[in-house]
Design a protein around this ligand. Structure first.
Ligand code: CAP
Ligand code: MG
Length: 435
């Protein structure tokens, strides 16, 4: 009768149409590795603990997962599972993740389990919308051809009035930044109501665009109690001339992101994806669901830009290696398999996502990030602008100057000689890295 071990087929050669998943498994001391691996394939596809007669039916076996590769790595194992694509409802991300990333994480048959990477077959990739604009499209909206795009979040992140929030917008747009952004937890609070903020900020944006001759925009958080309300907020943004809908993709959920993407096609809004909450399942190296896989899901569902970390420079964890891996997967169209977990990807016509580097940065750290992540990124600096001794305008000037200096091959010390705001930032923070 079918037991967990029957889901292990080490001779199986995956088909191009299979969806592949790589996991890191710790096997419990009382369990055999083969049964532990088989449990993951069984529980994530068709099986359960009991041997059920129907498991032997051919048509059931035809949509079952198969463990096809196993590699011991110290105390844990890297395993790979192939799932026939017909197991899944194409275009239904919640269902796909309920299979490959559902019950498996809390089974006793594994001591710990982390989903590291997913290789999506062509039919599944094509069943999702992908980004509407992508990197080239975003650069086209903001009329910035090459340099890194610059954005900031007013701080304190919540608590300021609409007037205070929008005044910061005026200062940073005047100071040279491209984008203002709502923080992940600013939505429609009584002291800063959504509609009043949108109306006030976009009027100021129009004025500063005329004053500076530069395109400016605003990443407005549409995260809401229901999708119906999210839809109304996105429509309000479009009706008032905004270019972006921001969404907290993890706390809102995948169906919310997918639905917002469909709406934004009609509204012609770009989507900025904030990943707050991801650390609950991406941070621990031996349990959870990787940020790499999370980024792939966000790209398929259609975010145009996504926070992916600072490559070790800022206040959040996320090593240079991890961030580079994610950056490759969201910017490139083809990624080759490599290492024990990376399964590679062919994104077909799915547009790339703009990497956003944010968290614990200030102007003097701009070169550190650009050296690591290149210049085809978005740089977000919040506290490192509004905590500048000269205030938000000075902080924005310092950031813009830091980016221009890097592009001109100048050090921060050299550039600070001709820019007071950068000089003050250098004096105030030096090259310290917050954590
Ligand atoms: C950064 C930030 C962003 C984090 C999110 C914050 O502010 O606004 O939400 O960058 O992390 O609230 O911490 P600071 P990540 O610039 O003041 O640090 O980008 O890694 O998703
Ligand atoms: Mg934030």
């Amino acid at each position: 009768m079918a037991g967990y071990e029957d889901f292990v087929h080490l001779g199986y050669k995956p088909k191009p149409t299979d969806l592949l998943v790589s996991f890191r498994v710790h096997v419990p001391s009382w369990e055999t590795p083969k049964r532990s691996f088989g449990a993951v394939a069984s529980e994530s596809s068709v099986g359960t603990w009991a041997s059920v007669v129907a498991l032997k039916y051919l048509h059931v076996q035809e949509v079952a997962g198969k463990v096809y590769a196993v590699k011991k790595e110290g105390q844990s194992y890297a395993i790979k599972i192939a799932y026939p694509q017909d197991h899944f409802e194409a275009g239904n991300m919640p269902q796909i993740l309920a299979s490959i990333a559902g019950n498996v994480f809390d089974m006793k048959a594994v001591a710990s389990l982390r989903l590291e990477d997913i290789r999506w077959p062509k039919k599944i990739v094509k069943s999702f919308p992908g980004p509407q604009y992508g990197i080239a499209g975003i650069r086209n909206i903001l009329k910035v051809k090459k340099r890194p795009l610059m954005l900031t979040v007013p701080k304190p992140k919540v608590g300021m009035t609409t007037t205070e929030h929008c005044e910061i917008g005026r200062q940073i747009w005047l100071g040279g930044l491209d984008l203002l952004k709502d923080d992940e937890n600013l939505t429609n609070q009584t002291f800063n109501p959504f509609k009043k903020r949108v109306e006030t900020a976009l009027k100021i944006r129009d004025r500063i665009e005329n004053q500076t001759g530069e395109k400016k925009s605003y990443l407005i958080n549409t995260t809401a109690p229901t999708y119906k309300e999210m839809e109304q907020r996105a429509k309000f943004i479009a009706d008032h001339g905004g270019e972006y809908a921001m969404i907290d993709i993890i706390t809102s959920g995948w169906t919310a992101l997918h639905s917002l993407r469909e709406l934004c096609k009609d509204l012609k809004l770009a989507i900025h994806a904030h990943r707050a909450f991801h650390g609950a399942f991406t941070r621990v190296p031996f349990q959870g669901f990787s940020m790499l896989a999370t980024a792939e899901v966000a790209r398929l569902l259609g975010a145009d830009q996504l926070h992916i970390g600072t490559a070790g420079v800022g206040k959040m964890v996320g090593s240079a290696h991890e961030v580079h891996e994610i950056q490759d997967h969201i910017v490139q169209q083809n990624v080759k398999p490599h290492g024990s977990h990376c399964l590679g990807e062919n994104w077909g016509n799915t547009k790339p996502m703009f990497p956003v580097s944010s968290g614990g940065l200030h102007p003097i750290l701009v070169p550190d990030v650009l050296e690591r992540m290149g210049t085809n990124i978005m740089l977000q600096i919040g506290g490192g602008i509004h905590g500048h001794p000269g205030g938000s305008y000075a902080g924005a000037r310092a950031m813009r100057e830091a980016v221009e200096a890097y592009l001109d091959g100048k050090t921060m010390e050299e550039a600070s000689q001709s820019c007071k705001e950068l000089r003050d930032a250098l004096k105030f923070w030096g090259h310290t890295r917050p954590r």
